[in-house]
Design a protein around this ligand. Structure first.
Ligand code: AMP
Ligand code: GLY
Length: 418
């Protein structure tokens, strides 16, 4: 089979690595890819947003399957576009990707179908939003409606912070048109957990749970990032709670999307808060998480390609999906300054001494040398029988890699060491 993966981050590296485990793959391309992906696939210099060029390339190269990694092209309808050219594509169509692309859409859906989530109101008028905000209890959560690179959510502990957030989003438009509408919602407290599932219409095949660390620094300090590290499974949350989340949130949501005429096909990512009243939805994403994929996919024993093909053939309910009973921990090595401004083009050394999976997030090759090329640079994945073992391995190997300004959190998976 000839496969094209779309994207350029650590998530796409692990997707390429996972697909590449199948004997049936004869040719792998990635557009645009990165220096790590280039070791497994041929990288094609076409951006994720260039739908016409991607379609032209895929038709010319007789691509049998296109796998879309990131959220932006999904929200912009890349699947519909490529399908209209006769290509086979794994990922949700535009009307289903809206579950990530619009928080207002998703909150209304959850309310309509009685699916547990934080209480909320949505506004497109600044004055009305402000009046509502002033009448709420603190802390309160203010969210831009659209995609905002993971930065459109503000948890405000004071009214001043909340008003500032609203002003930034709706008036100053710091997230552009994503901020024309806002969701103001109740603050939920509890343990967080993510469950990604392969979904095709009403068929839901959950993956093993995982957990990200979004803040830049240890102890959940600093700004939100795309994700500084993950672990899987999540042993401190009982299986019964995981099952409850699947039965009360994920399956009903897949069903609701079908009822709304927006059947979801692809990877549905549920971000959950385990509250005293049970699991509640924080958000849905329409794709693999990054870096959730870097811990979940190495634990998948079945070939990813078998699952994707079964899904495209309408056989997702029947495919046998096996998971390792071990654990994986991913530590992200980031550029100094990330998520603020940072330098690029710094030499990366020591990779050849690493005895673990390393997925490239922001790297490039310059004059035959590997250099940094993004905020998140590499993800080092340790595996073991337990989280403790996987964690120790990830950190031991992460220490062997060097670049100027390298920073990483030292407390990834600490919560799971119980
Ligand atoms: P999101 O982009 O919706 O995943 O939000 C980013 C992060 O903000 C989540 O991972 C949570 O840690 C936090 N968050 C979002 N909504 C809430 C909420 N209603 N209550 C508490 N924390 C929240
Ligand atoms: N790691 C969070 C995300 O991919 O949205």
């Amino acid at each position: 089979m000839r496969i094209l993966v779309i994207g350029r981050g650590g998530r796409e590296h692990v997707i390429v690595w996972s697909l590449n485990r199948s004997q049936r793959v004869s040719q792998l391309y990635c557009a645009p890819g990165n220096a790590g992906i280039a070791q497994l696939a041929e990288c094609v210099p076409i951006a994720e947003s260039e739908f016409d060029k991607l379609a032209e390339f895929a038709l010319q190269e007789k691509i049998d399957l296109v796998f879309v990694g990131p959220d932006d092209p999904l929200a912009d309808g890349i699947v519909d576009h490529l399908e209209s050219k006769g290509l086979k594509v794994y990922g949700p169509r535009k009307n289903a990707a809206e579950i990530e692309g619009s928080k207002v859409f998703t909150k209304h859906l959850l309310r309509k179908y009685n699916i547990p989530t934080a209480a909320y109101e949505a506004f497109d008028d600044y004055e009305q939003a402000l009046a509502y905000l002033r009448a709420q209890k603190l802390p309160i959560v203010v969210k831009a409606d659209g995609l905002a690179a993971g930065k459109g959510v503000i948890i405000a502990n004071t009214l001043e912070e909340a008003e500032q957030a609203l002003q930034d989003i709706m008036v100053s438009k710091v997230f552009g048109e994503s901020g024309s509408r806002v969701v103001i919602e109740e603050f939920l407290s509890g343990q967080e957990m993510s469950i990604l599932s392969f979904v095709d219409g009403e068929v839901v095949r959950p993956m093993i749970p995982s957990q990200d660390h979004k803040r830049a620094y240890d102890g959940d300090k600093g700004l939100n990032t795309g994700g500084m590290g993950t672990y899987s499974p999540v042993p401190h949350i009982a299986d019964s709670i995981v099952q409850e989340a699947i039965e009360t949130i994920i399956k009903p949501t897949a069903k609701a999307m079908v009822a709304e005429g927006r059947p979801f096909r692809g990877v549905l990512f549920a971000g959950l808060m385990i509250t005293d009243e049970g699991p509640k939805t924080i958000e849905f994403n329409a794709r693999f998480g990054d870096p959730e994929a870097q811990v979940v996919l190495p634990l998948l024993q079945t070939e990813l390609l078998d699952i994707v093909e079964a899904s495209l053939d309408g056989r997702l309910a029947d495919v046998d999906i096996q998971w390792s009973d071990g654990a994986a921990v991913c530590v992200i090595l980031a550029s100094g300054g990330y998520p603020g401004s940072y330098a690029k083009g710094l030499a990366i050394e020591g990779l050849e001494q690493v005895d673990a999976l390393v997925f490239h997030a922001g790297t490039a090759e310059q004059d035959g040398k590997l250099v940094t090329n993004g905020g998140r640079v590499l993800g080092v994945v340790g595996q073991g029988q337990t989280i403790a073992e996987a964690r120790e391995k990830a950190y031991a190997q992460a220490d062997r890699i060097h670049f100027e300004g390298k920073h990483y959190r030292t407390d990834i998976a600490n919560k799971a060491l119980v």
